[in-house]
Design a protein around this ligand. Structure first.
Ligand code: GDP
Length: 367
């Protein structure tokens, strides 16, 4: 091919020679309009994902490039997996550039939650993590809630300059940008979106009407998210799609909760108290006595305790124990990508288990 052709789905340069490499499209695809690569085509029409390889180094290069450029940075996080989707290095690259922090998937939070409280929490947590956003927003890119406000703010803060949208995979960055394109031009769904993390390659340039552009940067894969340890079907189970209905368990000491077979919480000591679980409504939670928990896991992983499904159990890394003493009046025990459990009153001793490699942490309660 003499002329460079860009996939309208993911932004990669189209090539017609090697089917195993990114950007492949069969020659016949070049006659279609718009042109999309085979990967995006499959994703769009068959909901099927091919592996992509964006290394951490590639991503650092992209961040470095953004650091050098002049413009506004829009950082998207998944409000359901705030810390897991944070992109820890970003603040070192943005320098003096304005950053707008956007928490996506607000539709998942229970309706009773006050948005103001969440944005205050986001602002404070961002500061603790080293980032001083110029402004903070909550949106549902899927549903469109809050999008108008963000678009107005983007236009105001960019001051005629370019916009760089960054976020780790699966935060809903493509959905967010698709929505902007739709609102701005009336054309929807030209960037690929999927359940599977890691599906947006290369920077996509979206022209803005004053000659500047909005750039969609590829999402970095955050290896600590549960999403990387389960297969596609199970990912659908653990990814909440609707407003989360918190499940409350009054636990006695020495009781255990299993979250499918993917995570486990042992309540060691601290007297009878409530534990409120914020996870996908479809995820099965099983309560048992702590003394039976090991045996139950051994015998029923992949059956009673699923996901993972039986055929995928062997690929799940072993559960690792994280010991915590809770000190805040309200603490969230966070299982990266799976959700969190809120514990009221300080003083409880718990052990949180997650597959080796999946982040588990405490934070001041979000809700
Ligand atoms: P990307 O990897 O950051 O580009 O993320 P995608 O746009 O592909 O979205 C990842 C997943 O999150 C998909 O399953 C989307 O349907 C879902 N998603 C995106 N935006 C929202 C939202 O506002 N609310 C909810 N509940 N899910 C969303």
């Amino acid at each position: 091919m003499s002329e460079q052709v860009i996939c309208i789905g993911c932004g990669v340069t189209i090539q017609t020679e090697d089917e195993t490499k990114v950007g492949y499209a069969p020659p016949s695809a070049l006659e279609r309009d718009p042109i999309i690569c085979q990967r995006c085509f499959r994703l769009k029409h068959y909901n099927e994902v091919q592996d992509v390889s964006l290394t951490d180094d590639d991503f650092l290069n992209i961040l470095h490039g953004i650091g050098q450029a002049d413009g506004l940075v829009v950082k998207i996080v998944d409000i359901f997996d705030f810390n897991g989707s944070w992109l820890p290095g970003l603040h070192r690259f943005v320098g003096k550039k304005d950053v707008l922090l956007v928490g996506n998937k607000v539709d998942l939070l229970p309706k009773s939650v006050k948005h103001e409280k969440v944005t205050r929490w986001m602002r404070q947590t961002a500061r603790e993590l080293g980032l001083q956003p110029r402004d903070v927003f909550l949106v549902s890119a899927n549903k469109g809630d809050g999008m108008k406000e963000v678009m107005v703010a983007i236009d105001e803060y960019r001051n005629g300059k370019d916009v760089y949208v960054v976020g780790c995979t699966n935060v809903g960055k493509s959905t967010f940008i698709n929505r902007i394109i739709k609102e701005a031009t009336g054309k929807g769904n030209i960037i690929t979106t999927s359940y599977f993390p890691g599906t947006t390659l290369d920077m996509i340039e979206i022209p803005l009407d004053d000659g500047s552009a909005l750039y969609d940067t590829p999402g970095i894969i955050n290896h600590h998210q549960m999403a990387h340890f389960v297969d596609k079907k199970d990912l659908k189970v653990i990814t909440p799609k609707k407003e989360i209905k918190p499940k409350v368990y009054q636990l006695n000491e020495q009781q255990t909760l299993f979250f499918g077979g993917l995570a486990r919480l042992d309540y060691v000591s601290g007297g009878r108290r409530p534990f409120v679980c914020y996870m996908s409504n479809e995820l099965f939670i099983h309560r048992t006595k702590r003394e039976h928990a090991d045996e139950l896991y051994e015998r029923h992983l992949g059956e009673l305790l699923q996901p993972p499904r039986k055929s995928y159990c062997e690929q799940l890394p072993p559960l690792v124990a994280h010991h915590f003493t809770l000190k805040e009046p309200k603490t969230d025990i966070v299982f990266s990508g799976l959700g969190w459990v809120t514990c009221h009153e300080p003083g409880a001793q718990v052990i949180a288990y997650a597959p080796k490699g999946v982040g588990v942490m405490l934070r001041k309660s979000l809700i």
